[in-house]
Structures are given as C-alpha cells and as structure tokens.
Design a protein around this ligand. Structure first.
Ligand SMILES: Cc1cc2nc3c(=O)[nH]c(=O)nc-3n(C[C@H](O)[C@H](O)[C@H](O)COP(=O)(O)OP(=O)(O)OC[C@H]3O[C@@H](n4cnc5c(N)ncnc54)[C@H](O)[C@@H]3O)c2cc1C
Length: 285
C-alpha cells in the first residue's frame, strides 16, 4: 500500500523543526531514519498530514564527549554509533548492543533517537540506554529543554514521555570506562527482533564483580532493569557458579508477553539463561 498524502518539511535547525511542529500541531509526525515510521505509514496505521524530516540538521548527528558523559545526537544512525571509538571505549554495552540491531542496511538508516522514541519492547537500544543510566534530552516549544533518565523515559508499549511538539535531541551516556559488556540476544533467525535479550555491563576488580548493570529486552512493555541480579552480583567472584546463582533472579518482577515465539514462562527461563551468559561474557572482557 502507499501512504496517504502528506506535506513534507526538511528544517535545517532544531529551532526550525520545533517551529514547524508547533505550527502543524497534532497532525505532524517527525521523520528520522524512517525504518519504523514508513512501514506504519504504508500500512496506513497512521496518516499524518505533515512529515518533519530531521535528516538535514547536522548538529543532531554529532557524537562527542562532555566531561564524564558521551553525548550522542538523536539522528546519529546505529552505524554511526557502532563505529564511534568514544562509544566503544566508554560505553561498550551500547557498541555491543548495536552490533545486534537488525542488519547493515537498517543500521545505516535507522537512528538511535528514532529507536528510543519508537519504544518497541523488542527493540535493543532502549535496553542499553537503561542499563547505562543514560539521560535523554528533550526539546520543546520555545526551545525549552528537559532531561529525563532512561528509567523514566519509557512509559508503555510504543510510548515514551516525548509529547507531540517535542523532539528527542541527545542521548547522554555516563562513561563506563573500563567496564566489560555483553549483549546476549535470543532469536530464531539472524537479524530478527529479540525474543528475549539481556544487556550486561560489569566492573571487575581483583577477580570480583565490584559493580553490575543488567537490563532485559522484551520481558515487559518497556525495557526492564534486573535489579535483583545486580545486587546479587556485587562482591561475588566472576565465576560460573556465582554468576549462575545471581542470574537465576533475572525474571523477578517481570511481565513478559506470550506469543508465537514463546510463552511468558519460556521467556522467564530464557532471561535467566541469557543473563548468565551475558554477565560471564562481560566479566571476561
Ligand atoms: C526489518 C527491520 C528489522 C529491525 N530490527 C530491529 C532489531 O533487531 N532491533 C532493534 O532495536 N530495532 C530494529 N529495527 C528498528 C530500527 O532500529 C529502527 O531504526 C528504529 O526502530 C526506528 O528508528 P528510525 O530512525 O528509523 O525512526 P523512524 O522510523 O523515522 O521514527 C520512529 C518513531 O519515532 C519518532 N521519532 C524519531 N526520531 C525522533 C526524535 N528525534 N524526536 C521525536 N520523535 C522521533 C517518529 O515520529 C516515529 O514515531 C528494525 C527495523 C526493521 C525495518
């Protein structure tokens, strides 16, 4: 199917984009990489009267550092971020996660900002953002900005705190320099969306786990932090037995879906297995 007719604007600054959004009101939709939005338009699940394309705002594609944070423009593509050395050095979990997102073509078009705002519960990027305690910068009417932590950003299935008339502009990731990381994704066929996945990043000191961050994909309507596992890991040796015991708590407090790929009980089992693998791999970095 082809989409309904729409007007198109390609502003060249965030200010212009916000003004265009304010003028168009509820009938506008922001276009980033189009990898999720265009299929939605083609299926006519949404029919905005105006698309506001952020692709001509170079500032939104920059990646840099600001003190103890890595700052990623919302329009940086998955591939931009994957190839960035700062991200690899200071936010290894994000790097490892992006390797697992879709395929190279989609990684060249899709953006980290688009993936976060789209908020598919099977999406991988939100899990890394949550585990790394990322902060999301949102610009609104009149150029006002607010910063929201990843734990407060996701509201529900395909829903975040970003409102009509607002733009996600930056992802600020606290540096996790020297931390090991791994993203363990379970799929039936390569390049699919996760049935379940686990992102883990740990700081090992003298053979013991000094700090741990673990988050789960597709174990609820939003990415979920496995806090029980994190607490159980701290102070433990990075051995298979100790990690297995902690990882057994991965599904605590989760509400995974049941679908053709697996029921909730199967996903809970997977969460424990994948957490053990992810933490052991991260600790071995
Ligand atoms: C075949 C296929 C397989 C995929 N597999 C995976 C996968 O394995 N893992 C995974 O994580 N993802 C996967 N994706 C999704 C991919 O990561 C997309 O890039 C992502 O979901 C959307 O990013 P986008 O830049 O294309 O956003 P768009 O499709 O352009 O936009 C998505 C939504 O976000 C809004 N939006 C975008 N940017 C902003 C912004 N800066 N501010 C406010 N609103 C904004 C748009 O209005 C729209 O509602 C897959 C996609 C496809 C087509």
């Amino acid at each position: 199917m082809i989409p309904s007719q729409f007007d198109y604007a390609a502003p060249e600054s965030v200010e212009e984009a916000l003004a265009a959004l304010a003028e168009a009101g509820d009938d506008a939709k922001v276009l980033a990489g189009g990898q999720s939005l265009l299929p939605v338009l083609r299926m006519r699940l949404n029919a905005p009267e105006k698309l506001i394309d952020l692709g001509r705002i170079p500032a939104l594609r920059e990646i840099g550092e600001d003190g103890d944070h890595i700052v990623i423009g919302a329009m940086a593509t998955h591939d931009d971020v994957l190839r960035n050395e700062l991200v690899k050095e200071h936010a290894l979990l994000l790097h490892k996660t992006l390797i697992e997102v879709a395929d190279p073509q989609i990684r060249h078009r899709g953006t980290v900002g688009g993936a976060l705002v789209h908020a598919d519960p099977a999406g991988d990027v939100g899990t890394a953002a949550l585990a790394l305690d990322a902060e999301l910068v949102i610009a609104g009417a009149g150029g006002s900005t607010r910063t929201v932590s990843a734990k407060d950003f996701f509201v529900d299935l395909f829903e975040t705190v970003v409102q009509d008339g607002e733009l996600l502009t930056q992802i600020r990731v606290p540096k996790h320099t020297g931390w090991g990381a791994h993203y363990e994704k379970f799929v039936r066929v390569a390049h699919q969306w996760a049935i379940v996945a686990v992102g883990a990043t740990v700081r090992v000191d003298g053979g013991s786990i000094a700090e741990a961050r673990v988050a789960l994909t597709n174990m609820g309507s939003t990415p979920v932090r496995a806090e029980a596992v994190e607490q159980a890991l701290v102070g433990k040796p990075a051995t298979a037995d100790a990690v297995r015991e902690a990882a057994a708590r991965a599904a605590e407090g989760t509400t995974p879906p049941s679908d053709l790929n697996g029921d909730a009980a199967y996903r809970k089992h997977l969460a424990g297995v994948l957490t053990r693998r992810a933490v052991l791999a991260a600790a071995g970095e």
